[in-house]
Design a protein around this ligand. Structure first.
Ligand SMILES: [Cu+2]
Length: 290
């Protein structure tokens, strides 16, 4: 007869496992589905769709391998369980089997690497189309600011060394291209049009993180990061969140991204450029436009 504790322990483990399972399913069903805590938010960019394909491929592959190995595991557990009169035997292994289960995973991993590498090239290194809208973004404790190129569609030269409180984007004031640039507190984008970001940080490391676009890019002080581009595919508002613990206000460091139709974007852009033209002309007359 076993001591009472051992008989009791097994029962306790069972109760704990059931309680944990109940708690997990309970939390899962109670979680707000709008924010989709248990899976990715709906994809909203063209490269994001490709990233999801790779993610799903890996997910289903590992799920299949997991289920298969668990079935074999349980089968062996039952088949070779301890029984009276059956002695354990020693096996030195099987070279052919070992060869097979080494070659197959190796081939799978190499093809996943190839697929991932190809995708990475596609997403990050491919040149954006000529009509790509370029937006400068500066992250600082604890907000984001956006700058658009204005009527000439050119942001102009910028330099991280010129970045300051009065020159948040490090614009080169001698470059006429930057004269008509305008700023915005949120990121307004036309749907289905490529956009490239010119990312700077004024103080510490921040991040440009948009889960719906499947984009994560750090903003690094002293560096201008200008190779990230994407094509938003869904209308609506998204949240840009800083995803680098950057100080006491980090939890609230965010900005609104508004993906709108081309017509709506053009209208907004026209209003903004008109306001810049007005303030530039009043600057010349030494009248500050509020
Ligand atoms: Cu931050």
């Amino acid at each position: 007869m076993k001591p009472l504790f051992f008989r009791f322990k097994r029962g306790l483990l069972f109760v704990a496992a059931v309680a944990l399972a109940l708690a997990m399913t309970g939390t899962a069903s109670a979680a707000p589905r709008t924010s989709d805590l248990w899976w990715l938010p709906d994809v909203a960019s063209r490269s994001g769709e490709k990233i999801d394909q790779l993610l799903y491929a890996i997910f289903y592959l590992t799920a299949a391998v997991f289920i298969l190995t668990q079935i074999v595991y349980v089968y062996f557990l039952i088949k070779y369980r301890a029984r009276k009169g059956v002695k354990a035997t020693y096996s030195h292994g099987n070279n052919r089997l070992e060869f097979i289960w080494t070659v197959i995973p190796t081939a799978i991993f190499i093809s996943l690497w190839g697929y991932g590498n190809h995708l990475w090239w596609d997403v990050i290194h491919a040149e954006p189309p000529a009509d790509t809208l370029e937006v400068a973004i500066t992250a600082y404790q604890f907000a984001f600011s956006f700058q658009y190129p204005g009527a000439d569609k050119k942001l102009g030269r910028t330099d991280v060394k010129l970045l300051s409180n009065d020159n948040l984007f490090g614009n080169d004031k001698d470059d006429p291209d930057s004269k008509d640039n305008f700023t915005s507190p949120n990121l307004e984008l036309p749907v289905d049009k490529p956009v490239r970001i010119r990312l700077n940080s004024k103080d510490v490391i921040h991040a440009f993180y948009v889960p719906e676009f499947r984009i994560y890019q750090d903003a690094v002080p002293g560096r201008t990061i200008d190779w990230v581009w994407f094509v938003p595919t869904k209308l609506g508002s998204f949240q840009l969140a800083c995803n680098q613990l950057c100080g006491s206000g980090h939890y609230n460091m965010k900005a609104q991204i508004q993906v709108v139709s081309q017509e709506e974007f053009d209208k907004w852009y026209k209003e903004k450029t008109a306001a810049v033209a007005l303030s530039n002309s009043s600057d010349r007359a030494y009248v500050r436009n509020p």
